[in-house]
Design a protein around this ligand. Structure first.
Ligand code: SF4
Ligand code: SF4
Length: 119
């Protein structure tokens, strides 16, 4: 955000950000989104047991997380239902582009906005 850009009100819903380390790829947000505008892809990986009598564990690994802000209605349901606080509002808004296709924001950008929203 440049110096000339006015600051958003403190509680404004500027954009959704992803705190990737908290995401377990549970898909709850994508299932509850009324507009189906969250796109998640993942796969399972097996973590070998560390104890001789232990069991291997399966974990979900995130491959893709994207939000289509062209259809998002900023209802906050995805943030409210996430059990792991992996989604949050950033008061800053960074949307720009020539058309609706430019509002499909992918994981890297959503994560970067969460760390440094003004970049
Ligand atoms: S704010 Fe609402 S419409 Fe937008 S991605 Fe979240 S659940 Fe979907
Ligand atoms: S953001 Fe939250 S609700 Fe959505 S997949 Fe990740 S952990 Fe589950």
């Amino acid at each position: 955000m440049t110096d000339a850009t006015p600051a958003s009100p403190a509680r404004s819903r500027g954009s959704i950000v992803l705190i990737e380390e908290n995401c377990t790829v549970c898909m709850l947000c994508a299932r509850e989104c009324p507009d189906w505008c969250i796109h998640i892809e993942g796969h399972k990986e097996t973590i070998p047991a560390t104890e001789p009598r232990g069991r291997d564990r399966q974990v979900n690994v995130l491959d893709r997380f994207a939000i289509d802000f062209a259809t998002c209605m900023f209802c906050s349901i995805c943030i409210d239902v996430c059990p792991f606080d992996a989604l949050a509002w950033s008061p800053e808004y960074r949307f720009s582009g020539e058309g609706p296709a430019d509002l499909l924001i992918e994981r890297d950008t959503l994560t970067r906005w969460g760390v440094a929203p003004s970049e």
